[in-house]
Design a protein around this ligand. Structure first.
Ligand SMILES: NC(=O)c1ccc[n+]([C@@H]2O[C@H](COP(=O)([O-])OP(=O)(O)OC[C@H]3O[C@@H](n4cnc5c(N)ncnc54)[C@H](OP(=O)(O)O)[C@@H]3O)[C@@H](O)[C@H]2O)c1
Length: 290
């Protein structure tokens, strides 16, 4: 069988880069989907050199921009006949952003980056995922959501105008992604394509990536960091879900960093809310046929 084609979004740093390397080391054809050409190319060269795999590609993708997502999906379809694995890893968790920031397309930035972009990307790439007969979608959740048991999908606050904090916006976007994945897995039943979420616990983030944090937040972060796992450890789970035969037909599951299936948060399992979220998301990203 030819090598699996895998897309990793946000692949120039952290867990995404570690996953791209492990996928390349296992012989996959890896598309590193990054928003910054310079950081992306530096990471691509590193992954290619360290893995010795020539099939490591860089493609431009900003998940906060639906125009960029559409351009990426079109360019991918022109270059590749099929897609085996889509890892929606890119994430925005900017503690320094204390009020809603709107994208040029009128979407709240955190929701757009972490949820609406992955929603549209998955939708547009479904034909490519189905072309290989058994595609896998891996969305990236956060264990920190467990600290927000009262958070619900806020259909009247998708732009953050009613209430906003960076934490709230981030965990709300992850809740939306969980709810969406449950619904997606149901809709994909019988197609051969599976969809799961990996629940990421505290993972070390490169300190150079946090320059905007005030001193006290940086001090707290450094403490937390010492108790966190490494991106490479977390990437093991991404890669198992992406490539291992054991996960080929598992769908609609939440999986922790030890590759154990865990229960969905209760508030992600509301089927009515998931259906409403699907409808609103399609409208927000301009999709009529979903
Ligand atoms: N680290 C943790 O403790 C933790 C915990 C729970 C969940 N997670 C989740 O794990 C995933 C990976 O996080 P990480 O720890 O590896 O973070 P990271 O080291 O900060 O890497 C994030 C990656 O996402 C990219 N990205 C951000 N916004 C983007 C956009 N609009 N379009 C395309 N790429 C974008 C970044 O690119 P740039 O270099 O251009 O910024 C970077 O490559 C995220 O979904 C995050 O929410 C992490």
């Amino acid at each position: 069988m030819s090598s699996p084609v895998c897309i990793v979004t946000g692949a120039n740093a952290g867990i995404g880069k570690a996953a791209a390397l492990k996928l390349a080391q296992r012989g996959a054809c890896v598309v590193m989907a990054c928003r910054n050409a310079e950081r992306g190319e530096a990471a691509r060269m590193e992954v290619q050199e360290q893995s010795g795999n020539e099939r490591v590609h860089l493609m431009s993708l900003d998940t906060s921009s639906m125009a960029s997502v559409r351009a990426f999906a079109q360019a991918f379809g022109e270059r590749f006949e099929r897609l085996d694995v889509l890892i929606n890893n890119a994430g925005n968790f900017d503690l320094a952003q204390t009020s809603p920031l709107m994208t040029d397309e009128g979407l709240e930035m955190v929701l757009a980056t972490n949820y609406l972009g992955p929603w549209l990307l998955t939708h547009l790439l479904l034909p490519s995922l189905q072309a290989g007969g058994g595609g896998r979608v891996l969305n990236v959740g956060s264990k920190g959501l467990m600290a927000y048991p009262f958070l619900r999908l806020e259909f009247d606050n998708l732009d953050g105008s009613k209430k906003f904090s960076p934490q709230r916006a981030y965990y709300h976007s992850k809740l939306a992604l969980l709810s969406h994945t449950i619904e997606l897995a149901k809709r994909l039943e019988g197609t051969g394509v599976v969809a799961n979420v990996v629940r990421v616990p505290a993972v070390q983030v490169d300190l150079d990536r946090l320059p905007a944090l005030p001193g006290w937040q940086l001090a707290i972060y450094k403490l937390k960091r010492s108790a966190s796992i490494t991106p490479a450890q977390m990437a093991e789970t991404y890669v198992a879900l992406a490539l291992d035969e054991a996960w080929a037909s598992v769908s609609g599951k939440l999986v922790d960093e030890k590759q154990g299936v865990v229960g969905w948060p209760r508030h992600a399992q509301d089927a009515e809310a998931a259906a409403e979220l699907w409808r609103l998301s399609a409208a927000l990203v301009g999709v009529q046929d979903a």
